[in-house]
Design a binder for this molecule. Structure first.
Ligand SMILES: [Zn+2]
Length: 389
């Protein structure tokens, strides 16, 4: 468990939210573990009840492959909780907001609100193609952009264009969330902007910000905000938070992510690391493998920069693939990458010995992105005929 909330406060809090759409508190409950785990339906009900009083913004997560999870986000976006420990911008700053607007996603509006609350200036650009960015870089330098906000995939693209053109806005701050860094993306950003300071948020559309990372922290480590608890479980961590000012006051909400407790070089407490999705596995011809494990392993292969799995769905079995192609950037030869993976992962080795045709590797110039968010997913599923999903 990470974080701490007084037991009496916690139980009183659970009773309060039970009366506005949360799960009922069982008779005789005395501990957090006596309370029921809640899910997306409770979040929708609780935030909807609050929005009937104060209004809000209706946002959604997922929806690409499953049913969208709806959340009514209060207009204050919980910035009073966040700004005392996480304040990346100030008066005089100009932030380029590269997050995509609309589509019921929240991050673009988070950055707009952050600028408003810190009295800085914001450019609501949204994502740009490489051509658009090349064209606009001189303007961005001219207006003095001091901060960039986006997912690491897009920040790396931005850095690459700055290195290519030599046109460099005076960026000193980078705000990231929505995706984890990879070594190669962080390196590109450091090369383009050597003294830049990184400020990160860990959150979800349903729960909004839960943890923060700031200069002085290890770059893969986050700190839980005050009055929150994470229960660490293999099926995904559970979030509980009490007190005023949150976007959603929640008891034992199952996050899809696996999380581990850690220490941070900054010395602040309640540090954690996100290990990946809890439901990140799939069957490959009868062998259960984990997407993050394979991608991590591929990234460690000599001369591979980054990697992603392209999986051909097995229509007869849920969460199963008939074949897997590792697409990667870098200079390694496909056969070397394939050999590396089947040699370093026991289950892939088993698949290889029985169905060698089911595993392949392909060098690409650029990994695939999710259109809605510009994130680089660990895996992309395709139907047998080759149409993407
Ligand atoms: Zn830290």
């Amino acid at each position: 468990m990470i974080g701490k909330i007084d037991r009496d406060i916690l139980l009183a809090h659970a009773r309060t939210i039970a009366s506005s759409g949360g799960k009922a508190v069982p008779e005789g409950a005395t501990e957090l573990s006596d309370l029921e785990v809640c899910g997306a339906a409770e979040i929708t009900a609780m935030t909807r009840a609050a929005a009937e009083r104060d209004g809000g913004v209706l946002v959604s997560s997922g929806g690409t492959t499953g049913t969208p999870k709806l959340t009514y986000l209060p207009h204050h976006m919980a910035f009073d909780r966040l700004l005392p420990v996480w304040r990346p911008l100030g008066v005089g700053d100009v932030v380029l907001n590269l997050y995509d607007a609309g589509r019921m996603w929240g991050t673009h509006y988070f950055v707009q609100k952050l600028a408003e609350r810190t009295e800085s200036t914001v450019i609501p650009s949204g994502p740009m193609t490489a051509e658009e960015l090349e064209l606009r870089l001189p303007m961005l330098r001219e207006v003095g952009v001091t901060a960039l906000a986006s997912v690491p995939s897009v920040l790396a693209d931005f850095a690459e264009m700055v290195l290519k053109t030599g046109v460099k806005p005076p960026v000193k701050t980078i705000i990231w969330m929505g995706e984890a860094w990879t070594e190669s993306k962080r390196e590109l950003v450091r090369q383009a902007f050597p003294d830049v300071q990184l400020w990160g948020i860990y959150g979800s559309v349903e729960t909004w910000a839960m943890g923060s990372n700031r200069p002085g922290c290890d770059e893969t480590t986050l700190h839980l905000l005050a009055d929150e608890i994470f229960e660490l479980e293999d099926a995904g961590a559970l979030l509980t938070r009490a007190g005023e000012g949150w976007t959603v006051p929640v008891v034992r909400y199952r996050l899809g992510d696996r999380i581990e407790a850690t220490r941070c070089r900054c010395g602040r407490g309640d540090a954690f690391r996100v290990l990946g999705r809890a439901d990140d596995g799939f069957g490959l011809l009868g062998n259960y493998v984990n997407i993050a494990d394979i991608v991590d392993s591929a990234r460690q292969c000599p001369d591979v920069v980054d990697a992603q799995l392209v999986l051909v769905r097995d229509n007869d079995l849920a969460d199963s693939a008939r074949s897997m192609t590792v697409e990667y950037t870098g200079t390694a030869a496909p056969e070397a990458v394939r050999t590396w993976l089947t040699g370093s992962n026991v289950r892939l080795g088993t698949v290889d010995s029985q169905h060698p045709e089911a595993i392949s590797a392909r060098r690409v110039d650029r990994l695939r992105r999710i259109a809605r968010t510009n994130k680089t997913p660990g895996a992309v599923w395709q139907d047998a005929l080759g149409s993407g999903s």
